[in-house]
Design a binder for this molecule. Structure first.
Ligand SMILES: [Zn+2]
Length: 172
C-alpha cells in the first residue's frame, strides 16, 4: 500500500533539498480531472525526483495509473492506462520558460506552496487523448443492463437486429 502524498508542497524547496516523492494520489483529489472520468475510483502512482539542474528547480520521474474515461461517442466507461514520463522545469517568468533546455516542460511557479495533486493532475490531463472514444464499436458498452439477444445457430451476427430490438422496446 503506497502512502498518500501531501496536499501542499513548496516545489522549489523540495528541489533545493533534493527530494524524492513516491506514493499515490487518488483521483478524488483531482477536481479538474473529474470531468474526464467516468468514475473517480483509483489513483495515480507517482515517482518524482525534485532537484536542481543548474539553477533550474526540476521535477523528473514518471506517473502511471488506470483511469476510466468517458467515451465521447457513447458516454460510457472507457478504460485507459496512463504512463507518462515527467520532466518539468520550474520558472518564474515566460522569458525563463523560453530559455529552458529542450525536453523540459515549463511550470510557472509563484511564491510558496502549490497543490501537489494539482501538479500530478496537470500531467495526467496532458497525457489524455483529445477525443477519448472506444476503438471498436461502442455498442457492446452502451448499456450495462443491455443483454445481447441469444443467437440461434443459423442467425447471422447482425448488429441491426440489436438496434431494431432497442427500438421496439423503446429502450434508449
Ligand atoms: Zn464508446
Amino acid at each position: 500500500m503506497l502512502d498518500q502524498l501531501p496536499e501542499l508542497i513548496d516545489p522549489v524547496v523540495f528541489a533545493e533539498r533534493t527530494s524524492h516523492l513516491v506514493g499515490s494520489v487518488k483521483f478524488q483529489r483531482m477536481n479538474r480531472l473529474s470531468e474526464f472520468l467516468f468514475d473517480k475510483e483509483g489513483e495515480m502512482k507517482v515517482d518524482l525526483h525534485f532537484y536542481k539542474e543548474g539553477k533550474v528547480p526540476t521535477i523528473e520521474g514518471h506517473i502511471e495509473g488506470h483511469l476510466n474515461l468517458i467515451c465521447q461517442t457513447c458516454l460510457q466507461s472507457l478504460p485507459w492506462d496512463v504512463r507518462k514520463e515527467v520532466k518539468i522545469g520550474m520558472v518564474q517568468t515566460m522569458e525563463q520558460a523560453d530559455r529552458l533546455e529542450d525536453g523540459l516542460e515549463p511550470m510557472l511557479i509563484t511564491e510558496g506552496k502549490v497543490s501537489f495533486p494539482g501538479i500530478v493532475e496537470d500531467e495526467v490531463i496532458i497525457a489524455l487523448p483529445d477525443y477519448p472514444r472506444h476503438a471498436e464499436a461502442c455498442m457492446q458498452y452502451t448499456n450495462v443492463e443491455f443483454v445481447e439477444p441469444e443467437k440461434s445457430e443459423d442467425e447471422p451476427d447482425n448488429p441491426f437486429s440489436v438496434l431494431a430490438k432497442l427500438k421496439n422496446t423503446g429502450a434508449q
